[in-house]
Design a protein around this ligand. Structure first.
Ligand code: SF4
Length: 267
């Protein structure tokens, strides 16, 4: 019998921006989107890959090879997670499955979520929700908190900047809210892409219609992703613009706060 494995490209311990308390964040490889501003381009492809990695040594750029992704069985990953149980217990934390898009490895995701719930570990899923409903149904009862990426309300602009339509994503958001799930919206605020007044107001209108009000978190654009494109030798189409400061997001914060949302910036 084939042993089930997941391909993971990073495990971050002591994370404090991926849900409540101190968390262990597990980053699954593979993503169906291609956001122009992506900060994890090494997550695009599903399998383990050897890629060209350019490193800077002083003023010189040196080409090298790097292996991205590592296979884990359920037992291996759960024991990595359990190593941090003490921090979870003391801080009210838990594990966050992120990516890429964890729903792309649905069999493993379902199994690892069940294993976490058997051990009473709090679970969060950081997701694009670009997945058919049957996949959502398989995991919904084992996820305590959804960190739900919401990138653009206008379908044509969503398609242009991420490579996919937002229809399925919005349907899934409504579906999860109707099921009474706890949701934090994560809005990556990207200058020139989704920071128009029109988009912000459309987002507010859509969220106002949900049966359960989610929290609203703004993730200001940060240039670090662009350095990764260069290091990993992947072509980027993102214009060379500066990172956003927290104060640049204040007008969006005000709009959502005035409508009764709990708002935070950066996580
Ligand atoms: S969903 Fe996330 S990982 Fe996937 S392309 Fe967009 S920013 Fe990158």
């Amino acid at each position: 019998m084939k042993i089930m494995q997941a391909i993971v490209f990073d495990i971050k311990r002591y994370a404090v921006h991926d849900g409540p308390g101190i968390r262990t964040s597990v980053f699954f490889k593979g993503c169906p989107l291609r956001c122009v501003w992506c900060h994890n381009p090494e997550s695009y492809k599903a399998g383990i890959e050897s890629i060209c990695r350019n490193n800077r040594l002083g003023d010189v750029e040196v080409a090298g090879q790097a292996e991205i992704g590592k296979a884990y069985t359920i037992n291996q990953l759960i024991s990595e997670i359990e190593n941090d149980q003490l921090f979870f217990d003391e801080s009210g934390g838990g594990v966050t499955f992120s990516g890429g898009e964890p729903l792309m490895q649905i069999d493993f995701l379902e199994a690892i979520l069940k294993a976490c719930k058997q051990r009473e570990i709090h679970t969060a899923l950081d997701t694009t929700a670009y997945a058919p409903k049957d996949k959502i149904d398989r995991i919904v009862n084992y996820v305590d908190l959804f960190l739900f990426d919401l990138k653009h309300m206008l379908d044509a602009d969503h398609l242009k900047s991420t490579g996919v339509s937002n229809k399925l994503i919005l349907d899934n958001l409504r579906y999860l809210s109707e099921k009474g799930k706890q949701i934090i919206i994560r809005f990556p605020m990207i200058p020139g892409f989704n920071d128009s007044k029109e988009n912000i107001n459309l987002m507010l209108d859509f969220l106002n219609e949900l049966p359960r009000k989610p929290e609203f978190h703004i993730l200001p654009y940060h240039r670090t992703g662009q350095d990764k494109f260069r290091r990993f030798g992947i072509e980027s189409t993102m214009p060379d613009i500066p990172s956003l400061l927290e104060e640049d997001t204040e007008w969006v914060q005000s709009i959502f706060k005035e409508s009764g949302y709990k708002v935070s910036v950066g996580g």
